[in-house]
Design a protein around this ligand. Structure first.
Ligand SMILES: NC(=O)c1ccc[n+]([C@@H]2O[C@H](COP(=O)([O-])OP(=O)(O)OC[C@H]3O[C@@H](n4cnc5c(N)ncnc54)[C@H](O)[C@@H]3O)[C@@H](O)[C@H]2O)c1
Length: 436
């Protein structure tokens, strides 16, 4: 069957499936949105949604357990949507609201599972921030329920909607770099360690704690719902800087690395014919900020992955020097495609150091910029639009639950390898991780 026709058919099928789940009020191309969590990311995604998709949505219900962010979420809706949404502190009120067609979940990592499962059980379509879940098992349950209910799930790995990566994928498939066995991915950051913590971010993930933060303004019990340990007394640091603690986050592995395993799959996946790595060896440590900082997750991490079909992913992340920024280098026999800082794409034919030789690729060098060549300041706007279009039956979600899980599993593998100080393996027969 020609590719175009089968793709169109798939979109039509998912369109019918999605549309049959929509209440009639939503079928005139306007979706009623429920929003869970309007912290840093939630409020950003909401603003991007209004930029790209104002015509498609009405935010009718907003939920957050911190009063300041709930007020902020309500204000964004009033300013951009010109309506006043209902507000709640219990996410179940949003999910069970019969006026809500789709739910955005932008909560901390450990809450993705209970929130996503409740929404899917209520047959609501969800935009779910990455990583899909805090553990492999939770992610697998989300994928399976999403498939069973036929709901649209868009995981917040928005690089898939970034036109530079879409171009990189096309170039790889058009033979620019030839055979691929190796990709280098990295994320480097730095911090002003002298800044006043009330005014800036002096260390990775030590975000500003609001001045009014207390057990009265932030609902600690609700925050702890998805966490392993539920008897910890209220802690501002844990609530507002949750990425530093294993109970709520996998740190670098699931907060950052998953974007890059995801986009590696997206760009070279069809060529290397491998989705999940067979093994991972990770190492690193807390080198920048030890005591009195009580963080548990590393600030320095490298992870080496072996995929089937002779494909290797070399990942590194360090929070003490941002010289090399954020990037992936897809290194083929004929050339290299680099996507740097999600802003520039550079294709360079091979080789670089062998002199007086014809380039191995017949393609000319390419340099593209996200603003100049694509006029795309933030791919999140397009990612949200793609989700809404998928719910309305006009497109296929570009980051479905399965893709989110395939991206997250290598992240969990890195966490387990780092914590156990052993290599870990993915058992393809049992669909399970095995430690060394
Ligand atoms: N796709 C991306 O590029 C990207 C970027 C940043 C963050 N994220 C993801 O977005 C999510 C949120 O991250 P963030 O940086 O906004 O964190 P944050 O701490 O700024 O915001 C989390 C919000 O969730 C609220 N919350 C906590 N428990 C809740 C509960 N039980 N019910 C309702 N609300 C609750 C908090 O009050 C807070 O407002 C995470 O999953 C993170 O990985 C994705």
């Amino acid at each position: 069957m020609p590719e175009d026709f089968s793709r169109r058919k798939l979109i039509q099928q998912s369109a019918v499936a999605a549309a049959t789940l929509l209440p009639s009020a939503a079928q005139n191309n306007r979706l009623r949105v429920g929003w869970i969590a309007t912290g840093m990311r939630g409020s950003h995604v909401m603003n991007q949604m209004y930029l790209s998709s104002k015509d498609l949505v009405e935010v009718v219900h907003v939920c957050d357990t911190y009063k300041g962010n709930l007020a902020k979420g309500k204000d964004i809706v009033q300013t951009n949507g010109k309506n006043t949404p209902k507000t709640s502190v219990d996410y179940r009120d949003v999910i069970n609201d019969p006026n809500v067609d789709v739910v955005f979940i932008c909560s901390p990592e450990h809450l993705h599972y209970p929130m996503a499962m409740a929404a899917l059980k209520a047959k609501k379509h969800i935009y779910l921030e990455k990583p899909i879940a805090h553990t492999i098992e939770e992610g697998a349950e989300i994928v399976s329920l999403a498939e069973k209910t036929g709901t649209v799930v868009q995981v917040g790995t928005q690089n898939r909607s970034n036109k530079l990566y879409i171009q990189a994928k096309k170039m790889v498939e058009d033979g620019y770099i030839g055979e691929v066995h190796y990709t280098r991915a990295f994320w480097y950051r730095n911090f002003d360690q002298t800044v006043d913590p009330a005014k800036g971010v002096p260390a990775a993930w030590r975000y500003i704690v609001p001045g009014d933060a207390s057990a009265e303004t932030a609902d600690w019990k609700r925050f702890l719902e998805g966490a392993e340990h539920k008897n910890i007394p209220f802690s501002k640091g844990r609530y507002f800087q949750w990425r530093n603690y294993w109970d709520y986050s996998g740190g670098i592995s699931t907060d950052l690395l998953v974007h890059q395993t995801d986009i590696t799959n997206f760009v070279v996946g069809s060529l290397v014919q491998a989705e999940l790595p067979l093994s991972c060896m990770a190492s690193g440590g807390i080198y920048q900020w030890g005591a009195p900082d009580d963080r548990e997750v590393p600030d320095t991490l490298s992870a080496l992955y072996e995929y089937p079909n002779k494909f290797h992913l070399n990942y590194s992340c360090f929070f003490g020097n941002d010289q090399w920024g954020y990037g992936e280098e897809f290194m083929g026999k004929k050339g290299t495609i680099e996507v740097k800082d999600r802003q520039n794409l550079v294709f360079t034919p091979q080789p670089k150091f062998i002199r007086n030789i014809k380039p191995f690729s017949d393609k000319a060098p390419v340099v593209l910029n996200y603003l100049k060549d694509f006029n795309q300041p933030d791919s999140t706007a397009d990612h949200v639009r793609n989700f809404l279009d998928a719910v309305l039956g006009k497109a296929k979600a570009i980051a479905p639950a399965k893709a989110g899980q395939v991206a997250a599993i290598p992240g969990h593998m890195a966490t387990q390898s780092y914590r156990s100080k052993k290599p870990v393996f993915w058992d393809t027969r049992l669909n399970k991780l095995r430690i060394g």
